[in-house]
Design a protein around this ligand. Structure first.
Ligand code: SAH
Length: 359
């Protein structure tokens, strides 16, 4: 059985040919799958019953089942928990803003990057998600939310550049003008800084926006919270972002979670400004969300617990960057009351074997 959401339009056309259907049929199906967001063949009313039967014998468009939904008190954010066919759990967040909606998509079941403050990687990587599993997160969440989105952020569970081929196919399908015809400029991919992946992103998906999770201005500090720094140091990551900008002319964002007493002092702001000098970028300051993922996670309290910086410190940090001509914004944290804020999406299932993980 093949999931139609795993096929490009060209592949779907080939598949339809095998079933004795014309290319027209593939375009029609593609419009149903992406344009209308319909994943049940029985409801594709203008596809003849005989064609639907042939399809159903060899293919499906399912693969995720909604297991739970949790809305924030203000109703702006809803987190959906989905079960995959092989029993993994992944999460998707639908955010309703006044002027636009946005959906935050998971790209892996678990994550092997092991960032200490992030809950998503606590169990290591279980497996990559298929393009169909990313597409269905958007399709099913829109259906549940009763709203459409034009914006997709790849900032859920997982490291998108560690699953490049599947992420690319998902983006290509969603932005195909026979599908949803979404603008690639409305898609943002967030990475912990895998340099070869950033290079591929610039070359192969140049309109997609890049966000880099930096969180520290030097290797020494960053290594303490992000093991991936051993592989790619901050200078190399910033250089990759610079090249990405030069190739794409899309302004990169650097995410920086402010951790009290760790990376939020005036000296850190100075060092960060020096690191980013001359690069057309935006720094997005994120208040560290609670429940931390690491061994010193905030939920455990204790002396070493990581806590987010206060409003005053955050504002001073932002100003210190601004004075040095580095524009910075403070991210609105939506959904903290439902554990849907950054870094709080995690596998719920306790018995998942510990997967592959950076030390
Ligand atoms: N792996 C990708 C995308 C997923 S994380 C990446 O690293 O960018 C999405 C964002 O949430 C990242 O910037 C991540 O560093 C941040 N994040 C993780 N845990 C957090 C926490 N506890 N508080 C605030 N931000 C957090």
């Amino acid at each position: 059985m093949v999931s139609l959401y795993d096929l490009s339009l060209a592949e779907l056309t080939g598949f339809c040919a095998e079933l004795g259907e014309r290319p027209f049929r593939a375009r029609q199906l593609y419009a149903w799958l992406y344009g209308k967001g319909e994943n049940d063949f029985a409801r594709m009313t203008d596809v003849p019953a005989a064609a639907r039967e042939k399809l159903a014998a060899r293919a499906h468009a399912k693969g995720l089942a909604l297991r739970d939904a949790l809305a924030s008190k203000d109703g702006q954010t809803v987190k959906y928990l989905y079960g995959t066919d092989d029993g993994n759990f992944i999460e998707t967040v639908f955010m309703k803003y006044k002027d636009r909606n946005s959906v935050c998509v998971s790209t892996q079941a678990g994550c092997r990057m092991g960032c200490k403050f992030c809950a998503s990687g606590k169990l290591g990587l279980v497996r990559d998600l298929a393009p169909s599993e990313m597409a269905l997160q958007v399709i099913l969440s829109e259906r549940e939310a009763g709203a459409r989105t034009k914006n997709i952020v790849l900032m859920g569970i997982g490291e998108p550049l560690d699953n490049f081929d599947n992420v690319k196919k998902f983006i290509e399908n969603f932005t195909d003008d026979h599908g949803r015809d979404l603008s690639r400029r409305a898609i943002t991919l967030s990475s912990c800084g895998l340099v070869p992946g950033i290079e591929r992103l610039a070359a192969e998906l140049p309109q997609v926006n890049l966000a880099v999770s930096l969180h520290a201005p030097n290797d020494e500090l960053r290594q303490e919270i992000m093991p991936v720094t051993k592989r790619y140091g901050v200078k190399a990551v910033v250089e990759a972002a610079r090249k990405h900008y030069e190739a794409t002319r899309r302004r990169p964002t650097f995410e920086y979670a402010l951790i009290a007493g760790f990376n939020d002092g005036p000296e850190h702001a100075r060092e960060l400004a020096a690191l980013l000098r001359g690069l057309n970028c935006l720094v997005n300051l994120i208040p560290l969300n609670g429940e931390g993922g690491g061994e010193n996670g905030g939920e455990n309290g204790g002396e070493n617990a990581r806590r987010g910086s206060g409003i005053g410190t955050t504002e001073r940090f932002r100003e210190a960057l601004g004075q040095r001509h580095i524009p910075a914004t403070v991210r609105r944290s939506l959904g903290a009351d439902i554990d849907a804020a950054c870094g709080q999406l995690r596998l719920r299932q306790e018995r998942v074997p510990r997967g592959d993980q950076y030390a």
